[in-house]
Design a protein around this ligand. Structure first.
Ligand code: NAD
Length: 352
């Protein structure tokens, strides 16, 4: 066994069908009396239900969370929290809503109670992101890690299938890269393998029947585990490629993950055989890259970057950007091999 350092992040998790009923208990344990409920405008009905359950402990609501936490939205939410004298933020929604809670906590250390309704996993990480002038600034701060999380699969049945698949594959990418991270450790690798297994089993069933609560529970369990991995260990080539493609060509974040992941895994396969064996085992496949590619096809996800609006003429430039200031990666970053990887990803070929 390799030597390692393990740091456990504090997390109080309440998981299960109907877990939202524990909201009163969780708020009481936090000692909060004036909670500010956060949501997107689309999830205001769920936020209203949360506010109703909080009763006298609800100070108000801010249903204005949007993608990528624009600085103006963060400022408005911070001002509302201060105006109401809030002593806690209850974030019901996906990564965008949790991210807004984190933007408030970053300045005020307000405790966050997160109620995730997608598979993004932000509720398990001390990572925040705020967008200013089109540029997303990310960082780590222990103050933004939610103090309590309620996972209730019933709240995810309305998540459209395409969004479920995209956010699930995105989460799965965190676990796969976590298995071969530079700072990987056996505890996080156990969570990563189990997280991959949960999604590989759950997502196809969610696609067949979005109302399948057992499948929804498997995916939400996977979201928790994969989020914990993202919060604890570093990411590698796959994430560098996705940030490059998303940042420069504005490709859709989650769909880009689905397309790129099998190719990044194929690139790293020979350099991280033990991680690949675990990923393959969790996917129920003989080969991790093939397992991920086939899962994407079974879920009806786009296969190639060409389907996401990537211009073919820009692949050289993408290879150049992706190999400049690379993240640590188990296999050294070779420009010509990365160009070939991008070509395979562009056409959506099954990895060799
Ligand atoms: P999202 O939060 O942007 O939600 C997408 C849409 O789906 C929103 O309109 C939302 O209201 C809606 N929605 C969410 N749950 C629903 C449900 N159950 N039923 C119906 N509609 C629902 O999407 P996301 O994928 O959860 O989050 C993406 C964001 O999170 C990105 O900005 C990403 O960078 C960030 N993120 C951050 C971390 C972190 O650790 N900081 C981790 C993962 C993702």
């Amino acid at each position: 066994m390799q030597a390692f350092t393990y740091v456990g992040l504090p997390a109080r998790v309440t998981f299960g069908l109907g877990a939202l009923e524990q909201l009163g208990r969780e708020i009481e344990l936090l000692g909060a009396r004036r909670a500010l409920v956060l949501s997107t405008p689309e999830q205001q009905a769920q936020a209203d239900e949360v506010a109703h359950r909080l009763g006298a402990r609800c100070a108000g609501a801010f249903p204005q969370a949007v993608m990528h936490v624009p600085l103006e939205t963060a400022r408005a939410a911070r001002a509302e929290a201060a105006r109401l004298g809030a002593d806690c933020a209850v974030a019901i929604g996906g990564g965008s809503t949790t991210g807004l809670g984190k933007a408030i906590a970053l300045e005020s250390a307000l405790p966050i109670l997160a109620i995730p309704t997608t598979y993004a996993g932000s509720e398990m990480t001390p990572i925040y992101g705020i967008t200013e002038g089109g540029l997303k600034r990310t960082g780590r701060d222990p103050r933004v890690l939610p103090k309590a999380v309620i996972y209730d699969p019933a709240l995810t049945v309305g998540l459209p299938v395409a969004l479920s698949v995209a956010s699930g594959m995105n989460a799965l990418a965190h676990a796969v890269e976590g298995l071969y991270a530079q700072d990987a450790n056996p505890i996080m690798s156990m969570l990563a393998e189990e997280g991959i297994r949960a999604f590989a089993g759950g997502l196809p069933r969610v696609r067949r029947n979005p109302g399948d609560l057992a499948a929804r529970a498997d995916c939400l369990y996977g979201a928790w585990l994969c989020g914990a991995v993202l919060g604890a260990v570093g990411m590698a080539l796959h994430h560098k490629l996705c940030h490059t493609l998303g940042g420069t060509w504005n490709l859709p974040h989650a769909a880009t993950h689905t397309v790129v992941l099998p190719h990044a895994v194929a690139y790293n396969a020979a350099a991280a055989p033990a991680a690949m064996a675990r990923a393959a085992r969790a996917l129920g496949a003989a080969n991790a890259a093939h397992g991920l590619y086939d899962l994407g096809r079974a879920l009806g996800a786009p296969a190639g970057l060409k389907d996401l609006g990537m211009p073919a003429a820009d692949l050289d430039r993408a290879a150049e950007l992706a190999t400049t200031a690379p993240y640590w990666n188990p296999r050294p970053i070779e420009r010509s091999a990365i160009r070939k990887l991008l070509d395979d990803a562009y056409f959506g070929r099954r990895p060799a």
